[in-house]
Design a protein around this ligand. Structure first.
Ligand SMILES: [Zn+2]
Length: 351
């Protein structure tokens, strides 16, 4: 199988670089390091054509999912809302870092602000980065910070990470559980959806609870997108999507990025890197059968979660395509999952 170019719905490498590599994190991404799951040399080797680069502002209360796991699953208490100053400081640091990566890469990595720029980057073999915030905790009720970040290239927003904020309510880290937990978007959350539509900023539904999901579905005029979530039918984590949600996404012409985290893949929600590559294929096939080949893409979650051993880092992605082909999937379907579905949706959302 020839090397396939692919686009990825989610990575957390910016936070990982800031947390783990004190000295010259941007340079370490560009020249390569063995501590993150994605860096420039390995992205090139794998065929990574681009992806959403998340700025996620962490809570000071760190938790280790493993500590909460028992035979029956887990339930992690969610940290309280993050003060806006903390969220803004962390977000701006990560945007700075992505811009430093762009500069240091000397044209190899390009922050893309429109579909035309994405296409141009792709034709020049540049890696395209979409600036994303995972949780809108840094955005004030007057949307001033939205304007500031938009100017710098922000084109995708997750309204909430699992922690609640002034816009809505996220799903907690629980297993097993339905995503139907908590109320819908706040009034200001609904306004933010309309403002994102006006600005052509993509709205990401991953991490949002079910009522919030239906609020976005009823307000937004853009295709519905979940950048890094799986099928709840196969793995009953609230981070995954029910069949009704999947059908709504497909009906809007949107897309679901399949997440490689063992806890969102395995039927038993286990937190273990021993979860086989096969489980990724199960979700891909289930999604293709349930909502069609136009609705399925990748949303790895590199550097946000532990990876299955067989994938390990970005260089493991071609194994997924090879396995899909071996299982009889048409090359034209694999190309859609790898790249074309994301491109179509980005054309229709960020424009
Ligand atoms: Zn996430």
């Amino acid at each position: 199988m020839k090397k396939l170019a692919f686009f990825d719905g989610h990575n957390d490498v910016l936070l990982r670089l800031l947390n783990e590599i004190e000295d010259q994190p941007a340079n370490s991404f560009v020249t390569g390091n063995r501590r993150t799951q994605i860096d420039l040399p390995r992205a090139r080797e794998a065929g990574f054509a681009g992806g959403f680069f998340a700025a996620f502002a962490p809570s000071p209360e760190r938790f280790d999912l493993e500590e909460y796991q028992s035979e029956d699953g887990y339930s992690v208490p969610m940290p309280p809302p993050l003060p806006i100053e903390k969220a803004q400081k962390a977000t701006l640091e990560m945007f700075d870092l992505l811009e430093d990566i762009e500069t240091l890469s000397a044209g190899q990595v390009r922050v893309c602000k429109s579909f035309a720029e994405l296409q141009d980057a792709h034709s020049k073999n540049q890696i395209a980065a979409i600036m994303h915030i995972e949780g809108a905790d840094c955005i004030d009720a007057k949307f001033k910070m939205l304007d500031t970040l938009y100017q710098r290239g922000l084109r995708s927003i997750g309204l909430v990470w699992s922690r609640n904020n002034i816009f809505g309510y996220g799903v907690p880290f629980q297993f097993p559980a339905p995503p139907d937990i908590g109320p819908g978007l706040t009034e200001i959350g609904k306004e933010l959806v309309s403002e994102c539509n006006r600005k052509k900023v993509l709205i990401d539904l991953s991490h949002l609870n079910q009522q919030g999901f239906w609020d976005v579905a009823s307000i937004s005029n853009a295709p519905l997108v979940a950048t890094h979530s799986n099928a709840h039918r196969l793995c009953p984590s609230p981070r995954n999507l029910t069949d009704d949600q999947l059908r709504a996404i497909a009906g809007s012409g949107g897309v679901v990025g399949v997440n490689f985290a063992p806890c969102f893949l395995a039927q038993n929600g286990i937190l273990s890197s021993s979860v086989p590559l096969e489980t990724v294929l199960l979700h891909v096939n289930y999604l293709v059968q349930t909502v069609g080949e136009d609705c399925v893409a990748l949303g790895s979650d590199f550097d946000g979660v532990m990876m299955p051993e067989e994938i390990r880092d970005v260089t493991g992605v071609p194994k997924i395509f090879a396995a899909l082909e071996k299982h009889g999937m048409k090359p034209s379907t694999i190309e859609k999952i790898a790249l074309k579905n994301w491109m179509r949706v980005l054309r229709q959302t960020i424009g």
